[in-house]
Design a binder for this molecule. Structure first.
Ligand SMILES: [Zn+2]
Length: 305
């Protein structure tokens, strides 16, 4: 038993370079980020992809933590090997075990500073409620999509993704660095308050829960025929109603949203999702009461030593 440690992962995607750069600066200036005496392990998720300036070498590391990949000895993919390595180092049974993971990402979409939570684990929702109470940031609750699984944070007892944008792939931007520091420090502050048992949970958590994703309209060869409509570009987290323009063609032909249900788009025009056939995802807003179960699971996890 080594006690409670937070695992911080940067560069899970090798073309998201702001968090890895921040780690580098932080190692030279330990006072750069206030950790409130929380013990932290910092790792680069996908160092080889980072070196190559690519999102990944063989497959997406943030889809490589599914048990069928981890248990199968046949996979030769570098990212599956790396997923096993990260678990051997910092998983629950690892040589330097961490109980909570924060996975730092950036996006080409205008997501601002936001959190992504996978499913409705008590510990994740509890942590998200505290960070939202401090910073007021939106939370994308990703669930119920069998085509996308094997996310890194799901392999630890508690974990969230910090997703910040917009920033082009492989570009350093001071604003993104500042937002990452601010969000990280909020995480540490809240974790420290749980540790010192001085925490005060909010009464509710607002999430944007995943409904589904929409691909670009394509021709029979799979080529994209329409791009995101200019009035939708950059409008992540803003509700759209029936009649809202979604896509536009080169000759101005427009495709509109046609359902009656008001929805809230996220990850609009994320460059990395083109290969996943996702032009945007749709969510609905939900207000969840903060449950005692969430508080208890976090307390148990963080105050185990
Ligand atoms: Zn990413």
């Amino acid at each position: 038993m080594t006690g409670f440690q937070v695992l911080l992962v940067a560069g899970t995607h090798g073309n998201e370079i702001n968090a890895p750069w921040l780690f580098d600066q932080w190692s030279r200036q330990p006072e750069l980020i206030k950790t409130n005496q929380i013990r932290v392990c910092r790792v680069l998720g996908n160092p080889q992809a980072l070196q190559a300036g690519k999102r990944y070498l063989d497959c997406d590391l943030n889809r490589s933590f599914a048990s069928e990949y981890l248990l199968s000895s046949s996979s030769q993919d570098y990212e599956v090997h790396r997923a096993r390595e990260l678990l051997a180092l910092h998983g629950q049974e690892g040589s330097s075990p961490c109980q909570l993971v924060i996975d730092l990402h950036s996006t080409t979409s205008s997501m601002g500073s936001s959190l992504v939570v996978y499913g409705r684990r008590a510990s994740d929702l509890g942590l998200a409620s505290l960070i939202q109470a401090q910073l007021g940031i939106p939370i994308y609750l990703y669930e119920g999509d069998q085509t996308q699984k094997g996310f890194l944070v799901e392999s630890w007892p508690c974990g969230v993704v910090i997703e910040i944008g917009p920033v082009p792939q492989s570009l350093l931007l001071a604003r993104i660095i500042d937002q990452t520091i601010l969000t990280l420090e909020a995480c540490f502050k809240q974790i420290a308050r749980i540790k010192s048992r001085t925490i005060d949970f909010p009464s509710q958590l607002i999430v944007h829960s995943h409904i589904g994703s929409l691909d670009f309209p394509r021709d029979t060869n799979g080529n994209i025929k329409y791009c995101i409509h200019p009035s939708l570009q950059g409008q992540d987290w803003k509700p759209i109603q029936k009649g809202a323009p979604l896509f536009i063609s080169s000759i101005g032909d427009t495709i509109y949203y046609e359902n009656d249900e008001t929805i809230i788009p996220v990850f609009i025009n994320e460059a990395a999702y083109i290969e996943k056939h996702i032009a945007m995802s749709f969510t609905k807003k939900e207000v969840l009461p903060v449950l005692d179960e969430w508080k208890d699971s976090l307390d148990l996890l963080i105050n185990q030593d």
